[in-house]
Design a protein around this ligand. Structure first.
Ligand code: GUN
Length: 285
């Protein structure tokens, strides 16, 4: 089975459009998301354009602040301070990566946790670790869980989940979410020994390593659910092609279900960003 992330994201956006309408009618609140982009990174520009478009499509207010590469850290902090105090802004997202002279963790810490729709602030990640209510959860990990449930149903308890990757954006939070779902969780990474053997034990395999077509068919248990977080651009016959972290063609024959690239986890990330913004706006009201 191919898990259709495009469809799942469209379904989620349709639900959010209804919630946005209700928030406006019942509380006179229109959720607002402001995306801050510093510099000219081409991939970031594409992501930001998609975020703005989809935010508007579900009826929310979308603002975009584009700043030149040479923007100082202090100027960026001043902008965030304004957004933190603006009641029409419910969600703030600073597109990563930032230029070298700006310290990412300082910027993430400067966004008030209630508007941190990326879920990267220590308050939100701490709440996720503690299993406390009120955390805004990172978007890509949320998308991974929704897609796994599309195949396995809502109860993931007792499944052995293997996550390859330990980043703060995907690997760590997705492992915590799987634990919250009562999975038995293994986090593997670049220093893991016997990676293939460990992956082969997985009922749910999440690949978030950023290496094109890294996961091979003989690493995957028959019938496993494979969630491919990778977005890698490779050159093939003189053309650029988008591939995941999983050798899709080979693994698709072995596994029970797999997310394609593109059209899997990618579209879910933005849909979950919109979900977090609606959630932040609802709490605000
Ligand atoms: N750059 C790549 N992915 C992300 C993301 O999820 N959030 C932000 N802020 N920047 C990113």
């Amino acid at each position: 089975m191919i898990i259709d992330g495009k469809q799942a994201a469209a379904d989620l956006r349709a639900e959010l459009a209804i919630e946005v309408k209700q928030l406006r009618q019942e509380k006179n609140i229109t959720p607002g998301l402001t995306v801050v982009l510093v510099g000219e990174d081409p991939a970031s520009q594409v992501y930001v354009r998609n975020k703005v478009k989809q935010t508007r499509e579900v009826g929310m207010i979308s603002e975009q602040i584009k700043l030149p590469t040479e923007t100082s850290q202090d100027d960026l902090l001043a902008i965030l301070d304004k957004l933190n105090n603006d009641p029409s802004v419910h969600g703030i997202l600073v597109q990563l990566p930032l230029p070298q002279h700006i310290d990412e963790s300082t910027i993430i810490a400067a966004i008030v946790p209630e508007k941190d729709v990326d879920g990267f602030h220590a308050m939100n990640s701490g709440r996720l670790v503690n299993g406390e209510a009120g955390a805004l959860i990172p978007c890509t990990p949320q998308g991974c869980i929704i897609l796994a449930k599309k195949h396995l149903g809502d109860d993931l308890s007792g499944q052995h989940a293997v996550v390859i990757g330990r980043s703060n954006i995907v690997g760590k939070p997705v492992a915590l979410l799987l634990l919250q779902e009562n999975c038995t969780v293994t986090i593997a990474h670049s220093r893991t020994k016997n990676l293939a053997e460990i992956c082969k034990q997985a009922d749910i395999l999440v690949a978030a390593v950023g290496r094109p077509e890294f996961v091979q068919a003989d690493w995957v248990k028959a019938g496993a659910t494979v969630i491919d977080v990778g977005i890698n651009r490779i050159e093939l016959d003189g053309k650029t092609k988008l591939v995941g972290d999983v050798d899709y063609a080979a693994v698709a024959d072995v596994c029970g279900a797999i997310t394609p690239v593109p059209g899997g986890v990618g579209p879910m990330t933005i849909a979950c960003l919109l979900k977090n913004t609606v959630e932040a706006a609802r709490r605000f009201g």
